[in-house]
Write a protein that binds this ligand. Structure first.
Ligand SMILES: CC(C)(COP(=O)(O)OP(=O)(O)OC[C@H]1O[C@@H](n2cnc3c(N)ncnc32)[C@H](O)[C@@H]1OP(=O)(O)O)[C@@H](O)C(=O)NCCC(=O)NCCSC(=O)/C=C1/CC=CC=CO1
Length: 267
């Protein structure tokens, strides 16, 4: 795996670190391929019970597409009549977002700095965001005459509501961490110096939690977002039956009754 993305699995937690701090962790082709591979590995690996997506450096989480690379690819498009924009959405952005949102385990984003464009999209694709108080967010897409990608048309309205999503997309501006917290983008706001430790602590706690229950929660939230109440109730029934049959549920109930602390097995 290229070192523009670091990948480590330890004690059930996969940590994916965007590692181009000198380029604000912008997404050139090498980084997108490595991030896609890392996210898909974490999704496939049954020993992984939670994922932390974060980035190196204190300035940027990820500023989205590397526009300095993109300008050359656009010029080549004009020569060949092809579309790098279409191909990178299909080959990179969509698979990355599908892996993050679809994996049956929680994904935490540790947002250490500015998250813009697809970088904001990846943070929103996580299930929970721990955000440094110095971080910020910018949809950026309309600023470079593009529409939303990396799932932002789906995730952003669900997090902040459709009216605010339209505002942030039509009039891209950099919103600071405190506003992001008030909008519900940041689940937890922490001093910048503590970001790495706090994000890891949150992700590790989830990695030691009832994985099947988390997977069912994730599935039911996604399902409920686009189905009727009646359909959602049917889905809850199916998923609760599955969670109720898990070893972890029995462990949790026993621990409650015995006033102990559950040690979950993730099954
Ligand atoms: C709001 C910003 C993210 C941060 O602002 P600020 O902290 O003031 O930092 P700057 O001084 O603007 O930038 C510092 C240096 O980083 C370079 N840089 C910033 N963003 C990018 C980028 N996306 N690609 C390449 N380089 C970038 C910047 O040029 C500075 O470098 P120098 O020191 O050499 O001058 C602000 O930086 C900003 O608005 N950035 C642009 C964000 C953006 O538009 N991102 C792309 C959105 S589109 C996308 O993500 C997805 C796709 C998908 C498919 C196809 C095609 C495109 O996009």
């Amino acid at each position: 795996m290229a070192d523009t993305v670091l990948y480590e699995v330890r004690d059930g937690l996969a940590t994916i670190t965007l590692n181009r701090p000198e380029a604000m962790n912008a997404l050139n082709t090498e980084t997108k391929v490595a991030l896609r591979d890392a996210a898909e590995s974490a999704a496939r690996d049954e020993s992984v019970r939670a994922v932390l997506l974060t980035a190196a450096g204190d300035r940027a989480f990820c500023v989205g597409q590397d526009l300095k690379e993109h300008i050359g690819l656009l010029a080549a498009d004009r020569e060949t009549g092809s579309s790098v924009t279409m191909s990178t959405v299909r080959e990179h952005y969509n698979p990355i977002v599908r892996a993050l949102t679809g994996m049956p385990k929680p994904v935490v984003a540790g947002v250490n700095g500015v998250a813009a464009g697809a970088g904001f999209g990846f943070a929103l694709a996580a299930d929970y965001r721990v955000v440094a108080d110095t971080a910020s967010f910018n949809t950026s897409f309309a600023g470079v005459a593009l529409t939303a990608d990396s799932g932002v048309s789906w995730t952003l309205p669900r997090v902040v509501g459709p009216g605010r999503a339209a505002d942030l997309l039509l009039f891209p501006r950099t919103i600071k961490a405190q506003e992001a917290y008030e909008l519900g983008i940041a689940g937890r706001l922490v001093p910048a110096a503590d970001l790495a430790a706090e994000a890891e602590q949150v992700a590790r706690a989830l990695a030691q939690g009832p994985t099947l229950a988390y997977a069912a929660l994730k599935e039911s939230l996604a399902y409920g977002a686009s189905h009727s109440l009646d359909e959602a109730l049917e889905k809850e029934d199916e998923l609760q039956t599955r969670a109720g049959a898990s070893e972890d549920h029995a462990i949790a109930v026993r621990a409650f009754v015995e006033k102990g602390k559950p040690t979950y097995l993730g099954r």
